[in-house]
Structure formats: structure tokens, C-alpha cells
Design a binder for this molecule. Structure first.
Ligand SMILES: Nc1ncnc2c1ncn2[C@@H]1O[C@H](COP(=O)(O)O)[C@@H](OP(=O)(O)O)[C@H]1O
Ligand SMILES: [Mg+2]
Ligand SMILES: [Mg+2]
Ligand SMILES: [Mg+2]
Length: 355
């Protein structure tokens, strides 16, 4: 019997690798006028747009009937003053699409020497990511650069692609070009690819390599356990994390890192838990920020919930709905962590009332 989603898995790896060609080349030579500020004040670069164009145009060839929920849209590139950015994106996306074929690449996906798209085709590909999401059917979710702020700081970011079927994440891949293979050797080899398929486990391999290694989270160990959390205090409350650490008596400081690279690290045994606690009311987590990561957690032996202990729901649309934070850790540690989180949430609510 053949395994489920074999083609989708291979496609996801190929698409993420090709998008990483773009992001890595932009990372090394990003110029000031290649970054925009979006309506929600967050940054977006030519790297984000080009990577989404690459993945989305490959998806259109490989799975023309599937819907796409992508973070970016091409409105700013279609504007009259968007020509400079648009030309750069066309150049970058075509460079990646036409790069040599590698292991597992299929030319019918619109890749390999000679594969080029027009500006209109690439802008349309970006805008094909406008699907509103939902509970039934097949959809892909793209975060072309997760951790754009980390990318701009010269630190961690991830290219993320996941297949969701009937609200369940079935396949997810992260490409992390700047992530050391071993966190304890920051100057050692960099570039990791994380892969998960539901029911088939999680794996890591070199971004440009072969030979995937299966990933299993190690059991809870009080002496080394610590949190993986966002670098950006506006994305995840650092003070809440530090109160939870105090309750648990943790000795190690948190590992701060941008992007879903945190989930890849958790799956391979770095830190011990992913923690993301809301910093205020109103922000709704986006499905593309957690789809691949959540599957990496469950396929490596962990549990992922919000701070009420509810599973993340990928069937509500482009967001995860009401935001009550995200907690992921090894399955035997989850209950202990959840009760510490809930204790701190209660304290914070009481303090807010008494203010
Ligand atoms: N107020 C907020 N609270 C939580 N997450 C936020 C946020 N504002 C932006 N984000 C999300 O945080 C993501 C980065 O995650 P992290 O902080 O773990 O690196 C961003 O992804 P992008 O960089 O793809 O836009 C963005 O979607
Ligand atoms: Mg963004
Ligand atoms: Mg993101
Ligand atoms: Mg992004």
C-alpha cells in the first residue's frame, strides 16, 4: 500500500526549497526601497512577495483545483508607483522558477531551466492566495517569509507551506535557511528543512540535502526545560512567559527566536515548549503562522493547544479565531505547563481588574 500524500509531500519540499532560493538571495542584499509597511504596520519585503509568487505558481500547475490561503496580496505591486518593486519581484521569482532541477523536482510544476512567467502571471499567482479558508475541502496555506522582522534583523525566519484537508493539517514543511543544524553550534552548518505528514512522523534534513532524520521530542527534563518564544515582545508577552517560568522553577532563560523555526527546534528537542501568550486584546493568530508548526509538534510526540487547553482550529477561516495563546510541548509535560499558564492568566486577570 502506498503512503498517503506522497506527491504532496514531495511537492511541498520542492516548493519550499525553491522559495528559499529567493529569500536567501534577498537576505544577502536587501536594499532599503525593497521593503513596504502594510496596513497593519507590519513589514513586507520583495522576498515575501517573490517567495509567495514562486510557491503559488507552482501550486497552480501541480494542484490547479486546490484553494490557497497566502499571507500576501499583490495590491501594492499593481499600484502605479509599484513598478520598481514589481520588476524586482518578477526577476527574483523567475530566477528561482528557472533554477536547475534538483532531487524530486518535477518539470510539470513549472520549474527548471526556461521556466518563466510574465509579470501579470506572477501577480495573479500572489493574489490566488486570497481564499478565505473554511472547514471543508483542500487548501494550502503559505507564509512566504514567517518572521519578516527577524529576516530584516538578519536573524531567523522560515518559509512555510502546509496542506489542510477538511480543517486538518496533513502535510507541512518549513525551510529555515539561517537555522543552525545544532543550536549549540551557532557558527556551524546552517539551513534546515522540517517536514511532517500526518500519521507518518516528523523529519529534519539539511535545506539542500537528502537523508531525513526522524524527530522525536525528548521527555520532560527539569534541568534543561525552557521556553521557545518570539523575539518580538509585541507578538508574545515576555512578562507572562517569565511568570510561568517562575512558577515552574525553570533555571534556563527562554530561547528567543523569530518565526516557526521555534516549532522545528521544539520538534528536534531544543528548549522544551513553544509558548505564545497574547499581548493585548484583538489580535487573531493567522493559520499560516501555525499550520506547519502544529503538525511538527504532534508528529514528533507533542501536544499543541491554546491556553484553555483547546486544540487549534484551522477550519475557521484565515485566522484561528479568538486568540488565547499557543502552548506546545511534549505530551507528558503539557498538563503541568497548562496549569501553570492558567494560574498566571488568572493572576493577570485579577491584577487587571484591581487596577
Ligand atoms: N500582535 C501580534 N501578536 C501575535 N502575533 C503577531 C502579532 N503581530 C504580528 N504577528 C505575527 O507574528 C508572526 C511572527 O511570529 P514570531 O513573533 O513568532 O516570529 C508574524 O508573521 P510574519 O513575519 O509572517 O508577518 C505575524 O503574523
Ligand atoms: Mg507578515
Ligand atoms: Mg508569519
Ligand atoms: Mg510572513
Amino acid at each position: 500500500m502506498s503512503l498517503a500524500y506522497t506527491t504532496e509531500k514531495q511537492f511541498t519540499i520542492s516548493a519550499v526549497r525553491r522559495a528559499c532560493l529567493v529569500t536567501s538571495s534577498v537576505f544577502n542584499k536587501l536594499v532599503k526601497n525593497e521593503t513596504l509597511v502594510k496596513g497593519d504596520k507590519s513589514p513586507v519585503t520583495v522576498g515575501d512577495y517573490s517567495a509567495q509568487a514562486v510557491i503559488s505558481s507552482m501550486l497552480h500547475r501541480a494542484f490547479p483545483n486546490d484553494s490557497i490561503v497566502g499571507e500576501e496580496d499583490a495590491a501594492d505591486l499593481r499600484a502605479e508607483n509599484g513598478a520598481l518593486l514589481r520588476n524586482r519581484i518578477v526577476e527574483l521569482a523567475n530566477e528561482a522558477l528557472s533554477a536547475e532541477l534538483g532531487i524530486g523536482d518535477v518539470p510539470e510544476w513549472g520549474i527548471g531551466p526556461g521556466s518563466k512567467q510574465t509579470a501579470d502571471e506572477l501577480l495573479d499567482a500572489i493574489d490566488r492566495g486570497n481564499y478565505e479558508g473554511g472547514r471543508s475541502g483542500r487548501m494550502w496555506t503559505i507564509d512566504p517569509i514567517d518572521g519578516t522582522k527577524g529576516f530584516l534583523r538578519g536573524e531567523q525566519y522560515a518559509v512555510c507551506l502546509a496542506l489542510i484537508v477538511d480543517a486538518q493539517v496533513q502535510v507541512g514543511v518549513l525551510g529555515c535557511p539561517n537555522l543552525p543544524l545544532d543550536l549549540s553550534k551557532p557558527d556551524g552548518d546552517k539551513g534546515c528543512l522540517f517536514i511532517a505528514v500526518k500519521g507518518q512522523g516528523a523529519q529534519q534534513m539539511k535545506l539542500n540535502g537528502a537523508d531525513p532524520i526522524p524527530l522525536t521530542m525528548p521527555p520532560y527534563s527539569p534541568s534543561t526545560f525552557t521556553f521557545l518564544e518570539s523575539v518580538e515582545a509585541a507578538h508574545s508577552s515576555h512578562s507572562t512567559t517569565s511568570r510561568i517560568s517562575a512558577i515552574l522553577g525553570l533555571r534556563q532563560p527562554p530561547i528567543r527566536m523569530d518565526s516557526q523555526a521555534k516549532y522545528g527546534c521544539l520538534a528536534r528537542g531544543d528548549g522544551g515548549a513553544y509558548l505564545r501568550m497574547p499581548t493585548g486584546v484583538g489580535y487573531k493568530e493567522k493559520i499560516w503562522d501555525h499550520a506547519t508548526g502544529s503538525l511538527l509538534v504532534t508528529e514528533s510526540g507533542g501536544i499543541i493547544t491554546d491556553s484553555r487547553g483547546h486544540p487549534l482550529d484551522f477550519g475557521l477561516g484565515r485566522t484561528l479565531g479568538e486568540n488565547y495563546g499557543v502552548i506546545a510541548t511534549e505530551k507528558d509535560a503539557h498538563e503541568r505547563l497548562l496549569s501553570a499558564v492558567q494560574e498566571v492568566v488568572k493572576q493577570e486577570q485579577e491584577e487587571a481588574v484591581s487596577k
